[in-house]
Ligand binder design. Structure first.
Ligand SMILES: [Zn+2]
Length: 392
């Protein structure tokens, strides 16, 4: 014989009443909570957040020169406008709840002088225009974070702290770095961690380690030692959030094949319970795969740059849904509707830069664009995982 839910609750309440004695106030309180218990147990709740991501904003001088306007700000510095470059991507970034990109080159302040490879410094407007175009999660841990030293990285960290965005990988203090931010969207709590393999050999001054999160591959034991730091960072937030994303700036440049280090780090992050790994840095796209329940995007490639080779002008964008189902006090998180598609960095002899999804290209914008699409499409899902769809 089985008891109905109502009878079970009455029985439970009786037991609690006996255990709590005869205090009148307590009795009243327990009785009042019974109808609420009934409601909570019978209605499951569903929450959804959509996520969009693109790769490196690698702002060569050709890109910022194209964005330069005749207007000057109050300090006499030129104002830049990247918005026309982002017009095709804006509706995609804006139509998702969360939109990620990697700010490869530092926003170090115009006072230090804007600069090109190998020690970049990009204008504030690239960050501002990306946010205006719908992006709201930004990775700052890259091999270029220290290009303009402590001064540039500090300007960058402060600049980003004042923006309405989730910023990861570079902070204004050790305290901020260790107090990993937790945000909530549509009833789903999330956190994003960000690490770079290194800083192009530029040493980080002692006491300023919070300016860039490093997970180095160099040195006899350093890779394994850094794992311990990453593990501790994850432990700080894992149980407090529904979804944990890690941005990894890693891998070898110009190769479509992930390295041993990328594979090993992804495996390690998966074992620590990370839900989504977003990889950047190689300048070209690399595959997407699942390691157990962890979605691993090894490299999104360049989002925008003035690099010339075909494979550096093809970038990847991803879109997915994070679903949260709550029933009988049990929460289930699933990642659904995972889609990947390709973009092209278009320009006319380094003027009129635009990032354009392949599905909006034609032979005037890129000759034989369909063949190029077919060629790079093959890289995305080599394991033919049915959970990963190609095409938006
Ligand atoms: Zn990089």
């Amino acid at each position: 014989m089985t008891l109905s839910l109502k009878n079970k609750i009455i029985a439970l309440a009786t037991i609690i009443l006996i255990l709590t004695g005869c205090n009148y106030k307590k009795e009243k309180k327990i009785i009042e909570t019974i109808p609420d218990l009934n409601i909570i147990k019978e209605i499951p709740k569903d929450y959804k957040v959509s996520l969009f991501a693109v790769g490196d904003a690698l702002i060569h001088d050709a890109v910022y020169k194209d964005a330069k306007t005749d207007q000057v700000d109050k300090d006499g510095y030129n104002i830049y406008d990247f918005k026309p470059m982002l017009e095709y991507i804006k509706p995609l970034a804006q139509s998702h709840d969360l939109s990620f990109y990697n700010q490869e080159t530092i926003i170090g302040g115009k006072k230090l002088g804007l600069s090109n490879y190998p020690m970049f410094n990009s204008p504030d407007e690239i960050g501002i225009n990306m946010l205006e175009s719908g992006f709201n999660i930004v990775n700052l841990a890259t091999n270029h974070t220290m290009d303009k030293g402590v001064e540039g990285a500090t300007y960058s960290a402060k600049f980003w702290e004042n923006q309405d965005a989730y910023v990861t990988g570079s902070y204004t203090s050790e305290e901020k770095r260790n107090n990993i931010e937790i945000k909530e969207k549509n009833g789903i709590k999330y956190a994003v961690l960000g690490y770079t393999y290194g800083t192009n050999g530029i040493p980080i001054k002692k006491g300023y380690e919070y300016l860039v999160n490093v997970w180095s591959v160099y040195g006899a034991n350093s890779y394994e030692e850094y794992k311990e730091t990453v593990k501790q960072d994850i432990e700080r937030v894992r149980d407090k959030v529904d979804i944990l994303i890690v941005s990894m700036h890693w891998g070898n440049e110009y190769t479509h094949i992930p390295t041993w280090y990328q594979k090993d780090a992804a495996q390690f992050l998966s074992e620590q319970g990370v839900d989504i790994i977003i990889g950047t840095h190689p300048h070209v796209i690399q595959p997407i795969e699942y390691i157990n329940n962890t979605l691993v995007v090894y490299s999104l490639g360049n989002f925008i740059s003035a690099q010339d080779d075909e494979n550096t002008r093809v970038g990847m964008m991803i879109s997915l849904d994070i679903n949260k189902h709550v029933e009988n006090e049990e929460t289930t998180i699933t990642i659904d509707n995972v889609k990947a598609d390709l973009t092209w960095t278009y320009h006319q002899r380094y003027r009129n830069f635009k990032v354009i999804p392949f599905y909006q290209l034609n032979n005037q914008l890129l000759n034989n664009y369909e063949q190029t699409y077919e060629k790079y499409k093959k890289i995305i899902n080599p394991s033919n995982d049915e959970r990963i769809q190609i095409g938006f």
